[in-house]
Design a protein around this ligand. Structure first.
Ligand code: ME8
Length: 514
């Protein structure tokens, strides 16, 4: 068997639920953020997790569409604009740029950034509303009840905690106005049935249980229009009303892929709607019912990440004013180090704390020491012993076996991003240990060539596997070996690295102090 095919053969053994490497599409969305104030770390974290998944599926060879954006209507935005002495449109134009800047700085590889004030979105939001109305699921009534403007959500007395919004711990406003209602109650049984039938409809399973229990307490029809302000999508059947901002916002997931065009047909249903734990109800009960009413297929998975809290354990949120500015953070630290830290530190699906000390610690030990040293030692040896050209050699089986590719694939498939990353870094450690044990500086001839070739090929696999997590650094490693990162198949079926000239890349991760 030729050397170049050894990793490929190994890779070919990896079969995850039969479809890991299948071609096909992967459509992933994040929540669209309220630009009523500046982006916070929770927004950045969500985009980061989606980016890791999007990049991973590109590596698998899938056609990926990654949608993110801003949710620009509603009373919360209107009030924020008033406070800033601007028109709502001027205000969201300014604010949405900050979310785009966040994406740029954090290297978020979205395919489309949607804004709900775009004409195309408004048109589609109106079409869907009309379709649901024509299907007999919308009727005119009067809403009298409690509303939290911070989460733009209606609450019943039962939902409140000590009479206050359960998310923001603030008193709700009393709303009493003519409103269109959506027959949400009609879909209760169908939603329960969908939850039963589809294993991955909501992940993690605990969140699914929460929705099931809440549903069992009953389901009321939903007020889907407002008349007391006008910053929203006009209701097509009665322009005195604007659409409830959540109905308008949820429709972004289909307007973002140009419903009902060819692109929509290609990518819908969404494979993953990635969201935070406070909006699971909206993305399951409300969204699924709207889709069912409009005769549109349901998304495959609503994937729920945890919340990032401040060191004191408080939930971080704009309305609480305890936010960490992810734009400022990205200017102070290597973005790959921030990305690495967040994914490695917080078990995906659980809440986690952000601590600058821990960020620095992981940067200095795992990235600068473990990964940086492996890259620098390997490149330095290729330069010194082989005049900067990767030698040909045989791969060391013992080291190769330490790459638990199957476990990594399985973790990614199970949304255990933190475990996948931990596994990859175990292999990095194993490579460093390999150098220490083999002592290449004491070897010569083919023995030395085998060690160096093994290290170069291992670095190539490491660069590829780390690419979704730390894309800039992974590309630097790949460039140093004279290769480009495309996808697994290309890399594993491409020719071996022997004969490639290396480029030294300097320090991959600087050690930092606070
Ligand atoms: O809810 N940690 O917008 P949003 C992690 N516009 N994630 C957090 C977080 C934290 N501390 N705080 C918020 C909205 N998030 C709506 C969504 S989608 C059709 C409309 C997450 O700006 C939150 O859970 O309040 C949500 O997924 C996203 O950030 C946007 O929150």
């Amino acid at each position: 068997m030729s050397k170049k095919s050894t990793f490929l053969t190994f890779f070919a053994k990896v079969k995850i639920r039969g479809d890991a490497l299948s071609k096909g599409k992967f459509y992933i969305t994040t929540a669209i953020d309220y630009p009523s104030s500046n982006p916070h770390l929770g927004h950045a974290y969500e985009k980061l997790c989606a980016d890791v998944l999007a990049r991973w599926h590109r590596l698998l060879g899938k056609e990926v569409f990654f949608l993110t954006g801003t949710d620009e209507h509603g009373i919360k935005i209107m009030r924020a604009a008033e406070k800033a002495n601007m028109s709502p449109q001027e205000f969201v134009d300014m604010q949405s740029e900050k979310f785009k800047e966040l994406c740029k700085l954090w290297n978020i590889s979205y395919d489309r950034f949607i804004r709900t004030t775009e004409a195309q979105h408004i048109k589609i939001a109106q079409e869907i509303f009309k379709k649901i109305y024509e299907n007999g699921d919308i009727y005119l009534g009067k809403y009298v009840g409690k509303y939290c403007p911070d989460c733009e959500t209606f609450y019943t007395e039962k939902d409140l905690v000590n009479g206050k919004c359960p998310v923001h711990n603030k008193p709700c406003e009393i709303v009493s106005e003519e409103s269109y209602f959506f027959r949400l109650s009609k879909y209760k049984e169908k939603i329960l049935e969908y939850l039963e039938k589809n294993e991955l409809s909501i992940w993690p399973a605990g969140k699914k249980e929460e929705i099931r229990n809440r549903l069992k307490n009953g389901l009321l029809d939903l007020s889907v229009s407002r008349t007391s302000f006008d910053w929203g999508v006009p209701v097509p059947i009665n322009p005195k009303h604007v659409q409830y901002v959540w109905v308008d916002a949820l429709i972004n997931y289909i307007s973002g892929i140009d419903y009902p065009s060819e692109r929509f047909k290609r990518f819908w249903p969404a494979d993953v709607h990635l969201i935070g734990k406070d909006i699971v109800w909206h993305h399951t009960v409300i969204w699924w019912s709207l889709l069912m009413s409009a005769n549109i297929e349901l998304p495959k998975t609503v994937l729920v990440h945890g919340f990032i809290q401040t060191a004191g354990g408080e939930k971080m949120s704009k309305s609480k004013g305890n936010v960490i500015d992810p734009i400022e953070l990205a200017k102070r630290y290597n973005v790959d180090a921030i990305r690495y830290y967040l994914i490695r530190e917080i078990p995906f699906g659980e809440d986690g704390y952000f601590s600058e000390e821990k960020l620095i610690e992981r940067n200095n030990t795992e990235l600068a020491n473990d990964l940086g040293n492996l890259v620098n030692r390997t490149l330095a040896m290729i330069e010194r012993y082989f005049n900067s050209t990767i030698p040909s050699g045989s791969l060391d089986n013992a080291l190769k076996e330490k790459l638990r590719l199957q476990a990594i694939m399985q973790h990614m498939q199970n949304f255990e991003l933190h475990l996948a990353l931990a596994e990859i870094m175990q292999f990095v450690k194993a490579c460093n240990q390999y150098i220490n044990e083999k002592e290449p500086w004491k070897k010569q001839g083919s023995e030395l060539a085998d060690i160096i070739y093994t290290l170069a090929e291992s670095l190539r696999v490491i660069a590829l596997l780390l690419h979704p997590f730390i894309p800039t650094s992974a590309e630097r490693i790949a460039n140093s070996l004279g290769i480009k990162i495309t996808n697994f198949e290309d890399i594993f079926s491409g020719k071996g690295l022997a004969g490639n000239r290396i480029e030294k890349i300097g320090i991959l991760f600087e050690k930092t102090k606070r």
